[in-house]
Structure formats: structure tokens, C-alpha cells
Design a protein around this ligand. Structure first.
Ligand code: GDP
Length: 610
């Protein structure tokens, strides 16, 4: 086997690393891709760049040509056969290029607009890259927008910078320093690429312009360099099949198809494949392996070429029966001659199960719905970090049954009667049902935004509860009456506050002993409707402040009267209870002083609160 393995390491068995482009919207990801794909007419066709399904393949020859301006002496050695760059930039493809929690994307370009610095999705990309331990370089794009920039198309960056006047060079340095600082705040050390002494310790920043092409040769060279430094040699040889579903699409003439990135191994027509579907594991046989027809052959009937077999790394469309409900981000396994099909089935199933099992044991938490396995995983990781508990997990559009599932929380934990939906559609009937039941559905295509929406929702809920609890909360006080102005309906008395502080709305009670039975009696006077000192209304009177006149209105029903149930010498108390104490603890913890907590403890036995 060892011999075979060695023999397998021949030159035509090398495989290409896979590269993703990530970054904030409008930083120029698409434009950069277009620019590197573009063949340079003057220098002749850059050999062999091929458009694939969901990806573009750059053979080493093309990269060699495109990096020639920054490798004039040819001293940089290329060891990779080429690069496979994923065409759809952004989180979606990156997070779907996954296998058992690790990334099939070997290397990434994080694009930052040099005029804007680090933006929200940049931070999200950084989090994904860190979580998946993917090596990356940073393209500081749009350098042509530095004021006064003089361009030389497709030039190496260092040479271009040297030609700029002092002001441009200064502005560049200032912006570079800002970006470095911002990366440092995120826990990444970074250096301008030609000042970087260790690619393992510092992220390389490479200034680029997708408009002029400047810096792009440096960027490509750096990509290859980083791959060669960071990827273990064995990773570069073909071995067993490793593949992920990037997209699920219906195509005329083929029915449902899956776009797959084959990152290792060989796929053949007729292969038995296993992957995740929304209604369980899908087992089928490859009917056709399709790649796009080269441009000059577009006059042919089909826009696709049928392949007997394809080799990693590449993007390929698979047509096969029974692909309805296939889930993007799912692993694709091939049943080999020595494999037990049911073992592989279990393995694929466990991918789904491991995500679906990441729910709270208590059953209390929000519901989460995402479009693909990759985005679901990224969302769950994020919610875990943010300490938001998850009770339900789903993939695909939100239907009424999902909302009903979430609705269980209305009884259990109303705060969590919330659906956080990432990049999915909400069925009309589902939305209507949610509105009717008071279940909140938040949708976003940036994970952070879901977090923000949820945090805001919780704050609003708390404000609402605090508002509702106003009548329940009782701040403690003890009052000594000094004069009775009106005996009842309403009671108006002059009082000194001897403990705590008296506030409007506080319920007031006297505690007496029944002269005949000897039992304790709590006499509820009602709530404080107003507090007055020297004919001025005030909101609060604290212990030790001058006497105030207070009006107490019946809580409803009959009000006790001075001269009958009440005597002027009776001490008055704020009427506290177990619920009133709990309410203070929940919503007013910061408003209650230590003295007031002590007073509450003192008053508990007065009202027989355990
Ligand atoms: P994406 O959302 O990251 O894919 O960004 P796009 O590639 O769509 O670019 C967004 C906008 O920025 C477009 O109007 C581009 O023309 C512009 N743009 C992209 N790269 C550059 C650049 O290097 N220089 C300048 N001046 N504009 C750029």
C-alpha cells in the first residue's frame, strides 16, 4: 500500500488548492474575480483558464503569466498544478465548503475596501476564517481611489507605489496603518505583504485595484506562496473522494441537479453517491457529469459537456435521479467497491443529526432556520458564542409547521417565541400565522443582524414587562403619621418618612392586633395618589426629609377610616409581598439601594413573607 501511495504521488496526480473570496458587500470581490479571469490580449491568451461549474480553474501556466511582472527573474517556484477559485464570492460558498466541521476551502482572499477599512461583513468573514482555521490573505482593494493615484495597468504594486507622489504615498501609509490597527483589534497581526517576515504569524495585506489590475500579480503570487507554505505536501495529491454540494438547481432537460465542488479524488459516471436531503438521505447513481462547454463550442446543442470522469479539484454539475430536496452544504460520498452502503448512509445522516442535535436540553430557546447546512452551522456557532439558546433547527423555507413548532415557546418561554431565519424565504401562510400568534420572525442575510434583531427584541420585551410591572414593584418605606387631614375616601395624612423612601403608587398598610382574637390584621389603605410638601406635588420623599401630606386612594372597594379601623398613632408600611419583591429583583435591581434591600428583609416578618 505504501508503494502504491508513493506511486500515486506522480506529477499528474497533483491536485489544486481551492480558494474562496470573502468580504463586505461592494468591496470589489466580483470585480477582482473578473479581472483575474480576463485574458491579457497583448501577452496572448493566458493558457487554459477554464470556466467550471461554480468555479474557475487557473492552471499554473496562466498564473505564471499573470505573475510575470513580479517574478521577472523567475526565482519564484510554482509547485501547485493550479488554483481553483470559487466563483460566487461571499460567506455562502465558504461556509458550504465544509466537511465534518472543517473547511474544504484551502485558502481565502478577504477583500477590504482601502477607503472604508473593516466593515461588518469583514468581521463576520474573519470569524468564519478563524473558526475554520483557513489561511488567508487580505486584498486592500480600490487603491486607484487614493487621491491623485497614477495608474499603470496590471503592474506590480511596489513599482506602482514608487511612482506616486509623496501625498499619495502618505495617504496610502495612513490608510494602511488604520487597517492594521483594526485587524489588531480583531486579534490578527498583519503586515504589508513585502514587509511580512512570517506568513504563519502575520496576515499579508496586498493592495490591489480591480479597475487598473495593479497589485493583482502580487495577489496571485501571494496566494500560491501561502498555499505552498501552509498546505502539507500530502494534501496536494489525489486521494479519496471529498466533495460538497454547493447548489441545488433544476435545469431544463436534466431535472434537479447538484453543483458540486470536488476537492479531492475522482468522480465517474455511474458512481453510487450518497448525500443529505431534507426528507432523509439521498442515494442515487450519477447519470451525467457536466461541465460548461468552452465558449467556441457554444453553437453546439447543449451548453454542457458530458464527462466520463472528473478529477479534483473542480466544480461539476451532477445530474441524477432523485435529487429533489438535496441540501446545499451537504457532503457527497461515493460508495466504493469495498464500502458498506449503509455505513456511508449513517455517516451522511450524522452530518445533519449533529447540527439538529445542537439544541437546548431544556427545550427553551429560539427557533433557527437556514438555507444550507453550511449557513446553519455558521449561524449555530454564532448563536452559541452569543449565548442565545436554540430549541428548534430547520433547513429551507419557513412553513406554518415550523412556526407552530416555535409557537410552543409562547407558553414555555415567551421571550424565545422567535424565529431567526438566515437567507430563507418565509411562506405567506406561515407569516400570517406568526402575526396572528404573536411569534416574531426575523430574517437577514447577515448573521450579525439576526443577533441585533434578537437583542433588540429582548430589550423591548423587558421594557414592556417593566412597564407592566410598575404597579407590582413596591419600594419599601415606613411612615409615622403626624396629622390626619381627611379620615377616609380619600385618606389624607401628614407623615414623616422614617425608613426607606415613599413614592407615588406605593400601596400602604397598617398592621394591628385584633383586640378580641389577638390575631394579626393587615389593613390595606390603598395606594399613594399624591405626595405634597408646601402645596407642591413631589414624586418621592426620602427618609429624614421634612414631613409631607399624602393622599391615599382605595385600592378598590371599601377604604378603612381613621377613627374606626385606624388610629393616628398606627405606623404605616409599604405593603410588600413575595411577587413585589421578585419584581424588584427582576426589573429594578439597579434602582434598589442596599439600605432598601435591608429594609425589605426587616419588613418581611411584618407581612409574614417567608
Ligand atoms: P462585491 O459586492 O464585493 O462583489 O463588489 P463589486 O465587484 O460588485 O464592486 C462594487 C463596486 O465597486 C462596483 O461599482 C465596482 O466597479 C467598484 N470597484 C470594485 N473594485 C474597484 C477598484 O479596485 N477600484 C474602484 N475605483 N472601484 C472598484
Amino acid at each position: 500500500a505504501h508503494q502504491a501511495a508513493l506511486a500515486a504521488r506522480s506529477k499528474d496526480n497533483l491536485r489544486s488548492p481551492i480558494c474562496c473570496i470573502l468580504g463586505h458587500v461592494d468591496t470589489g470581490k466580483t470585480k477582482l474575480l473578473d479581472k483575474i479571469r480576463q485574458t491579457n490580449v497583448q501577452e496572448g491568451e493566458a493558457g487554459g483558464i477554464t470556466q467550471q461549474i461554480g468555479a474557475t480553474y487557473f492552471p499554473v501556466e496562466a498564473i505564471r503569466q499573470k505573475t510575470a511582472v513580479v517574478n521577472r527573474d523567475g526565482s519564484f517556484e510554482f509547485k501547485v498544478p493550479g488554483l481553483l477559485i470559487i466563483d460566487t464570492p461571499g460567506h455562502e460558498s465558504f461556509s458550504n465548503l465544509r466537511s465534518r466541521g472543517s473547511s474544504l476551502c484551502n485558502i481565502a482572499i478577504l477583500v477590504v475596501d482601502i477607503m472604508h477599512g473593516l466593515e461588518q461583513q469583514t468581521l463576520e468573514s474573519l470569524r468564519l476564517l478563524r473558526d475554520r482555521k483557513t489561511p488567508f490573505i487580505v486584498a486592500l482593494n480600490k487603491i486607484d481611489r487614493l487621491y491623485g493615484w497614477k495608474k499603470i495597468d496590471n503592474n506590480g504594486f511596489q513599482e506602482s507605489l514608487a511612482l506616486q507622489n509623496k501625498a499619495v504615498q502618505n495617504e496610502f501609509r495612513n490608510r494602511l496603518d488604520k487597517v492594521k490597527l483594526a485587524f489588531a483589534e480583531q486579534g490578527f497581526n498583519s503586515e504589508l505583504f513585502y514587509e511580512n517576515k512570517s506568513m504563519a504569524r502575520y496576515v499579508s495585506l496586498v493592495p490591489t485595484s480591480a479597475h487598473t489590475g495593479e497589485g493583482i500579480p502580487d495577489m496571485l503570487k501571494l496566494l500560491v506562496q501561502l498555499t505552498q507554505e501552509r498546505m502539507v505536501g500530502s494534501l496536494m495529491y489525489l486521494s479519496e473522494v471529498q466533495a460538497t454540494v454547493l447548489e441545488v438547481k433544476a435545469i431544463e432537460g436534466f431535472g434537479m441537479t447538484i453543483d458540486v465542488i470536488l476537492s479531492n479524488g475522482i468522480l465517474r459516471e455511474g458512481d453510487r453517491i450518497i448525500l443529505c436531503g431534507v426528507d432523509g438521505v439521498i442515494k442515487t447513481n450519477i447519470r451525467a457529469l457536466l461541465t460548461p462547454a468552452p465558449l467556441r463550442e457554444l453553437r453546439l446543442k447543449s451548453q454542457y459537456v458530458h464527462n466520463k470522469e472528473v478529477k479534483a479539484a473542480l466544480g461539476v454539475k451532477i445530474s441524477a435521479p432523485g435529487l429533489e430536496g438535496a441540501i446545499a452544504g451537504s457532503r457527497l460520498l461515493v460508495v466504493g467497491p469495498d464500502d458498506d452502503e449503509s455505513d456511508l448512509e449513517d455517516e451522511v445522516e450524522s452530518d445533519l443529526a449533529s447540527l439538529f442535535s445542537r439544541v437546548e436540553k431544556t427545550g427553551r430557546g429560539v427557533s433557527v432556520q437556514a438555507s444550507t447546512l453550511g449557513s446553519l452551522e455558521a449561524l449555530l456557532d454564532f448563536l452559541k458564542e452569543s449565548k442565545i439558546p436554540v430549541a428548534n433547527v430547520g433547513i429551507g423555507p419557513v412553513y406554518k409547521r415550523d412556526v407552530m413548532q416555535c409557537g410552543i415557546m409562547l407558553e414555555k418561554a415567551p421571550d424565545f417565541a422567535v424565529m431567526l431565519c438566515f437567507d430563507v424565504k418565509i411562506d405567506k401562510e406561515a407569516q400570517a400565522y406568526a402575526d396572528e400568534q404573536g411569534i416574531k420572525i426575523f430574517t437577514a442575510d447577515i448573521i450579525y443582524h439576526l443577533f441585533d434583531a434578537f437583542t433588540k427584541h429582548i430589550q423591548e420585551q423587558n421594557e414592556k414587562k417593566k412597564e407592566e410591572s410598575k404597579m407590582l414593584a413596591v419600594f419599601p418605606c415606613v411612615l409615622n403619621p403626624v396629622a390626619v387631614f381627611n379620615k377616609t375616601n380619600p385618606i389624607v395624612v401628614g407623615v414623616d418618612v422614617v425608613e426607606g423612601s415613599l413614592r407615588i403608587n406605593t400601596p400602604i398598610a397598617a398592621v394591628k392586633t385584633n383586640p378580641t382574637t389577638g390575631a394579626k390584621e393587615i389593613i390595606n389603605l390603598g395606594r399613594v395618589a399624591s405626595i405634597e410638601r408646601e402645596h407642591k406635588q413631589i414624586q418621592m420623599c426620602k427618609k429624614g426629609q421634612p414631613s409631607v401630606a399624602i393622599k391615599i386612594e382605595a385600592a378598590g372597594g371599601h377604604q378603612p377610616a381613621y377613627g374606626r379601623q385606624l388610629e393616628e398613632k398606627d405606623t404605616l408600611y409599604s405593603l410588600i409581598s413575595r411577587p413585589s419583591i421578585d419584581c424588584l429583583k427582576q426589573f429594578y435591581r439597579n434602582d434598589v439601594t442596599n439600605d432598601e434591600w435591608a429594609l425589605i428583609i426587616k419588613l418581611k416578618p411584618v407581612f409574614d413573607i417567608p
